[in-house]
Ligand binder design. Structure first.
Ligand code: NAP
Length: 335
């Protein structure tokens, strides 16, 4: 397959403090090895290691060489699967960029020691000597930004990771950790946030603008509304499992999906998923859609290589929803 990246109107963005370029789109791997939300080994019988291998191969072949994982995903299983795939894939493994995450539960103290131990454990599962990007999974630590920056700086200085990022941070928190890291000579590389046509709060409330001002790349998670924007779910056939992000009832999402479909038709039959991902790239962010098999990965890669018109982007802006929050998400998502 031709590298879609090379033809894409979306330029890659630098990974701060390194010579690597992040691709215009990444691949989310929360579902890999996870049963309760994503059905591996439970409700989704068609989903297994072989289908994951296809998702990986199709993505990398299309230039989607950023893989996002976390120590929490499948209790480490997502990282283990990636480790296995990278070991098998001798021709590509040196160009694949791995981003993983530390979950800073308030009881994980002392922070510096726990973070470095967790990073080493992630590296063991990934079978790597360093990760390209190490992220703080959510703003739930009770430690100061200065302490967090100390721990992250040590992770970089020890060579265990090459760049650092955060996730679910608000504008205020992003500015604070950015300043604390700058004092240690480190640029905050990324803020990974839920951003999609089902949650445009980060744009409406100024977080996107602040990240741009600070030179922080936005990684847009749940960019397909956990499958709700792909066109395969409906009010009669809602998504299975516990998909808590973007959890608007499908009745409210159907008109938006119909509009995505009609815009896609004007672009030679692009699917709702491809249009939804393209909108995020038009906003200067890097979507990281999850894929469980080769067909999904291939379809998502079809969001590269073309772009929506400015008028279509503005039209979709008017249809976008602010975001839907449960009590847990209010606590988790500050940005
Ligand atoms: N930092 C955080 O707090 C946080 C939170 C959430 C996610 N994330 C990251 O963001 C990544 C993506 O988010 P997400 O997985 O929650 O949601 P998503 O990318 O919006 O949706 C992914 C799911 O949609 C379905 N799908 C994907 N492509 C499809 C296609 N072309 N056609 C039909 N169905 C398709 C698949 O599930 P089914 O086939 O089962 O429908 C897939 O697992 C995660 O993997 C993770 O890396 C981070």
């Amino acid at each position: 397959m031709e590298t879609a990246n090379r033809e894409s109107p979306f330029a890659g963005l630098p990974l701060a403090g390194t010579n690597w370029l992040l691709p215009p789109m990444g691949l989310g791997t929360w579902a890999w090895g996870d049963s309760s939300t994503w059905g591996m080994g439970s409700y989704d019988r068609s989903y297994n290691f072989e289908t994951i291998r296809e998702a990986y191969a199709k993505s990398v072949a299309a230039g989607i060489i950023l893989l996002d994982t976390a120590e929490m995903y499948g209790n480490g299983e997502s990282e283990r699967i990636i480790g296995r795939l990278l070991e098998e894939d001798t021709s590509n493994r040196d160009r694949v960029l791995i981003a993983t995450k530390f979950i800073p539960f308030p009881w994980r103290l002392p922070l510096r020691t726990k973070l470095l131990d967790a990073l080493r454990a992630s590296l063991d599962r990934l079978r790597l000597s360093f990760v390209h990007l190490y992220q703080i999974h959510g703003p739930i630590s009770l430690c100061s930004h200065e302490s967090m920056a100390d721990a992250l700086a040590e992770a970089v200085n020890s060579g265990l990771c090459k760049a650092v990022g955060v996730s679910n941070y608000s504008e205020r928190e992003t500015r604070a950790i950015h300043t604390a890291l700058s004092r240690r000579g480190i640029q905050l590389a990324t803020n990974q946030i839920e951003y999609s046509l089902l949650r445009n709060d980060p744009e409406r409330k100024g977080l996107l603008r602040a990240c741009e001002e600070l030179g922080v790349v936005v990684l847009a998670y749940s960019p397909l509304g956990q499958g709700r924007l792909t066109g395969k779910y409906s009010a009669k056939h809602p998504p299975p499992g516990k998909r808590n992000f973007s959890a608007y009832p499908m009745e409210e999402i159907e008109p938006l999906v119909a509009e995505l479909r009609s815009i896609g038709e004007r672009h030679g039959g692009k699917t709702p998923a491809q249009v939804a991902l393209n909108w995020l790239m038009c906003k200067g962010t890097i979507p990281i859609p999850g894929a469980k098999n080769g067909a999904q990965a291939e379809q998502n890669a079809g969001a590269l290589g073309w772009r929506l018109s400015n008028e279509e982007v503005r039209h979709l802006d008017r249809l976008a929803k602010p975001g839907r929050y449960t009590f847990f998400l209010r606590f988790w998502q500050h940005g």
